[in-house]
Design a protein around this ligand. Structure first.
Ligand code: NCD
Ligand code: ZN
Length: 344
């Protein structure tokens, strides 16, 4: 196959960050996606309707001219979130709220300390039709970093889903066979997003032959048997799995550091990388469902009307992306070959 045309995809998990860097991150996503779920882990976090609408406005101000790219802003759940704030945000068009266990990842210090105290918030979300997006990792110091997703599922996720069977839940950026199997076993109200890095890599890629800070993200890459299970899950064509890049830029000096930040900036080649993956899996016929249909259907939104075309043409991801303030980001897959190119 030399060319593939699919419905314009959406990204159900992206970090645009804020202010001057939006010029870079918003154009990188708008190039390929119709809509992106904009993660709320800013400093300070997006905790109510007013902050969400203001963030949406800042993103839209950086949308390239002529683009109809739509950011879908989300709410950040804290210990102090109230059912009234949920309903107000939903009335203002906010479709989803994100649960970060406190301390689980970048900018999550305002996250939730005690999930059992969130019952009334989850009930409010269920009642007003707001989706619950979950960073599924426990943060207990005695739980090994490679087990944190599995333990979260057993300790918290099962309970949330059991108590709120009609609440729509997305387990974000899944990294384990445990998570894939769990989601498959749940009702149609539970789905998962998958990143390019967790489909392309495993922990050997991160750690063997020298540590690769640009492959470091959370949840951390797992062993190859988990990677294989994730690849199998997307190749199955199941509508429970859809595209969520978790594109999460950090400045080069903060990644290449004695205490490097977690996150891969994959937006500059996201749809191309996913196309490579589906081709490798012999499942190019499943790409459109994963990238352009399943997420919209799960969120209850119309599928995009536009199409995009990818051409089988090899290119190399640049080493660096320059951003305002004399800063540099190393994009995911820097200096490496990509087999497909998005036709503009
Ligand atoms: C994300 C970030 O940098 O905001 N980092 C990451 O490693 N994925 C946060 C997140 O989604 O965990
Ligand atoms: Zn993320």
């Amino acid at each position: 196959m030399k060319e593939i045309t699919i419905t314009k995809p959406d990204d159900w998990h992206a970090h645009f960050r804020d202010h001057e860097i939006l010029a870079e991150t918003v154009s990188a996503s708008a190039r390929q996606f119709g809509r992106s779920i904009a993660m709320p882990n800013l400093t300070p976090p997006v905790v109510n309707a007013e902050l969400a609408k203001a963030y949406e406005k800042r993103i839209l101000e950086h949308r390239p001219k002529g683009s109809d790219f739509t950011p879908l802003v989300t709410l950040y759940l804290t210990n102090a979130t109230t059912p009234a704030q949920i309903k107000e945000a939903r009335d203002h068009g906010v479709l989803a709220a994100k649960l970060y266990p406190a301390g689980a990842t970048t900018n999550s210090s305002n996250g939730v300390n005690d999930i059992s105290k969130m019952e009334s918030v989850f009930t409010a979300m269920d009642e007003c039709g707001m989706l619950l997006l979950i960073h599924g990792e426990v943060t207990d110091g005695d739980i090994d970093i490679f087990d944190r997703e599995k333990v979260f599922i057993e300790k918290y996720l099962q309970g949330i889903i059991h108590k709120h069977p009609t609440l729509k839940v997305v387990l974000e950026h899944i990294t384990t066979k445990d998570a894939a199997d769990f989601v498959i076993g749940c009702s149609d109200n539970v789905a998962a997003t998958l990143t390019p890095q967790h489909l392309m890599l495993n922990r050997n890629d991160l750690l063997v032959g020298g540590i690769k800070p640009h492959y470091y993200c959370l949840p951390i890459l797992k062993r190859n048997t988990h990677q294989e299970a994730l690849r199998k899950a997307v190749a199955s064509g199941s509508s429970k799995f859809f595209l969520g890049t978790d594109s999460a830029p950090h400045m080069k000096d903060q990644k290449e550091s004695a205490c490097g930040c977690a996150g891969c900036y994959s937006a500059p080649a996201a749809i191309e990388l996913y196309t490579d993956i589906f081709e490798e899996l012999g499942a190019l016929d499943k790409l459109e469902g994963f990238a352009s249909h399943h997420g919209a259907d799960f969120y209850g939104l119309p599928r995009n009307k536009e199409k995009i075309t990818l051409v089988k043409e090899s290119w190399t991801m640049p080493s660096e992306v320059h951003v305002p303030g004399n800063n540099v980001i190393v994009p995911f897959w820097a200096d490496q070959k990509i087999g497909w190119r998005l036709k503009s």
